[in-house]
Design a protein around this ligand. Sequence first.
Ligand SMILES: [Zn+2]
Length: 263
Amino acid sequence: MIDSHCHLDFDVFDQDREQVLADARASGVTGFLLPGTQSKRFSRLQSLASSQPDIYYSLGFHPYFLDNSFDYCENSFREILTTHLDAKCAAKLVAIGEIGLDYVINISQDLQRDVFNMQLAMAKEFQLPVVLHHRKSHNDLIKLLKEAKFEYGGVVHAFSGSAYEAKSYVDLGIKLGVGGTITYERANKTKQALKNVGLDNLLLETDSPDMPLNGYQGRRNEPSRVVDVAAHLAALYECSVDEVARKTDDNFVKGFKVLPFCS
Ligand SMILES: [Zn+2]
């Protein structure tokens, strides 16, 4: 079982990161994808991925951390990617992300779209999948992916939305990330959308330390709880947790072209 989206590089895990990883592994978690959020954290992601056989990472500028003073030009991002892809643990860099559009935060939407398009162009150039962030932005995300004719796949993380939006991503070759949202009663529309697309198009995730599962509100989320997400998905699909784990692991390995559990 793989947690395809957890921010274990964040400071909130500094005191007990090894224990959090150990707890997750003891619960049956066999892989972790740590998405990039801002340049100052990129080297920490790289060192975590190079020191732990089951940690993978991606690099990108998350819309939440953008500011007008930073240089987001193609040349500097290309240089960063090239340096990471020349390093010993290059195989652990599996995607561009977390990139996307967040129309709830107070950051210029024009800036967000510019930075998103630049990163999408880099993903095309390096032939890497993307890890997408959305909030009230499905229409624009889908439009920009189509305009870019993006065909390297990836995942729209923490998917919540309609059956139509779910299908639009799947048609573009993008998987849907399933996290704590489905553990809440109110998520009926999202659950129905997820059921329609089939297990072949889903990945498991926690978004740790954020997006706590039902019953854990107000507490730090952790990758070990991806097991609970899998159990909810198994109930939705009326299948075994093993089948959910097998299919979503397979989707992860194929979608991000990783050698399973390589070191
Ligand atoms: Zn995230």
